[in-house]
Structures are given as C-alpha cells and as structure tokens.
Design a protein around this ligand. Structure first.
Ligand SMILES: [Zn+2]
Length: 259
C-alpha cells in the first residue's frame, strides 16, 4: 500500500476523514484495496485498519450490511440512475450494525450525468456516520460538480497492463495496415467495448497508437493519422463519462486512420 493510502487509513482511524473522498490512481486494484481498508478502519470492532474480527471479515466477503459497493452491472458499462437513487435512500438510514456506512462507487467515471446530478446533494450534506468513496483512474473523467464536493487523494500504484488486449489491438491495426480492411478496425472497437474496464481499454488503445507513432512496431499508416486517432481516444474517454456508446466512440477514433 502506498504512503498516501497509509496516511488515508490513519486519518480514517482518527475519525478525521472527509465524508466524501475521491481516490484516484492508475491501478484499479490499489484503489479497491484502499477503499476496503477505509471501510474496515471505520467499522473494525478492534479499531484497527483491518484484522480478523467479524466486521472486517464480513467487509472482506462483501457481506457487511453497512458497506455498499456500487459498480457497473450488465451491458451498459454505466452506473444507472436507479442504482444512485438506491444509495441516496440508503444514505439517509442509520448504520445497521457498524459505526459508519460506506458507499464505494467503483469506478466513479461510470456515473452518468443523471446519476451524478442525483448524487450531488447527498455528497454535499450526507447524514452523519456516512462516507462516500469514489474511485477513478483520473479525476478529469468526472464532472466538476462531483469533483468539487470531494477531497481528492492520489493513491498511487502501478499501471495495470492487459497484454492480451494490447496484442489483439496490435493484430487488428497490423491487419488494417496490410490489407486496408476496415473490418479489422471494427473488430478492435468490438473487443474494446466488451472489456470490463472500458475506459482503461480505450486508454490502452491510445497507448498502442502512440507506440506505433514512435515506431515500436511497423505499420504503413501515416503518422498524422495515427496521432489523430490517438487524440481521438483521449476525447473518447471523456465522452464515456457522459454515457456515450463505447463501441461507437472507438469506431469514430479509429476512423481517423481511414480518412
Ligand atoms: Zn476488524
């Protein structure tokens, strides 16, 4: 765990944690680890940052009634407004058995505009004994109205690479380069849209395109087109935060290679 994460847990242990924190960093696993660590620290029966007491065990197994995990479900890749309405309602209740209700939104960049707006008032004035933890790769992916209501903490951690996906992107780009077959680009968009962490997958596409510009693997595609496509992936990641269709965004970005 990073020094920043350790400090965060110590702040939570002293009862001085802000009621809404935005943890950001490149590693989804590190973000999850620190969020669960905070939930344990706020509810551990022995007041530790996590041990084998029944509260910590139940948090670890996601069976603690006061710890809520709000995540992406189903095909949409977004957290629904209904999910947010549920947590807004749950946030008004007293804890069932713990000291502190914790709502972990993972990833917070999967909040739609509607969901974000539904959450604003609760984020600003939560009931006592309530903590919101928003996780994201980058605060830039969230609406400013959400960011401004949270204390931002950089958690650190290593960038996670998805070698299989990177290889699949390189294979698709190479096929397009060799055969000028746009079906190869549509295939890349389809694979990326099917990933669990779509914004991470789009970011990886951007990185692969930059690698191609730098000549790390050979493609007969003009550099200007590769750069335009890489730029378009950055814009696409922002649009993902406002509920846009991932496959369409990636197809549009890759269309820069064709025009
Ligand atoms: Zn414990």
């Amino acid at each position: 765990m990073s020094a920043a994460a350790e400090l965060l847990l110590e702040t939570a242990r002293r009862g001085e944690l802000h009621h809404a924190i935005l943890c950001h960093g490149p590693s989804a696993a590190a973000l999850r680890e620190v969020s669960v660590g905070i939930a344990k620290t706020l509810n551990c029966l022995n007041r530790t940052a996590g041990d084998d007491c029944t509260a910590c065990q139940r948090i670890e197994r996601r069976m603690h009634p006061d710890i809520h995990f709000i995540e992406v479900t189903g095909e949409r890749k977004m957290i629904s407004v209904d999910q947010i309405r549920e947590i807004v309602a749950a946030a008004t209740l007293r804890p069932y058995e713990g000291r502190n209700k914790v709502f972990i939104i993972d990833p917070a960049n999967a909040l739609s505009v509607g969901g974000s707006n539904s959450l604003l008032k609760t984020l600003e004035e939560p009931a006592s004994d309530t903590t919101f933890i928003l996780l994201t790769r980058s605060p830039d992916l969230l609406l400013p109205t959400i960011r401004s209501r949270c204390q931002m903490i950089f958690v650190g951690g290593e960038v996670e690479t998805n070698d299989a996906l990177a290889a699949s992107i390189v294979a698709g780009l190479t096929r397009f380069s060799d055969e000028r077959d746009t079906a190869a680009l549509l295939g890349i968009a389809s694979v990326i849209a099917s990933q669990e962490e779509v914004s991470d997958a789009v970011a990886l596409l951007g990185k692969v395109l930059c690698d191609a510009v730098a000549g790390r693997f050979p493609l007969s595609i003009e550099q200007a087109k590769l750069l335009a496509a890489a730029d378009a992936t950055t814009a696409a990641i922002r649009w993902l935060g406002v509920n846009a269709d991932a496959r369409m965004l990636v197809e549009q970005a890759l269309a820069e290679l064709v025009t």
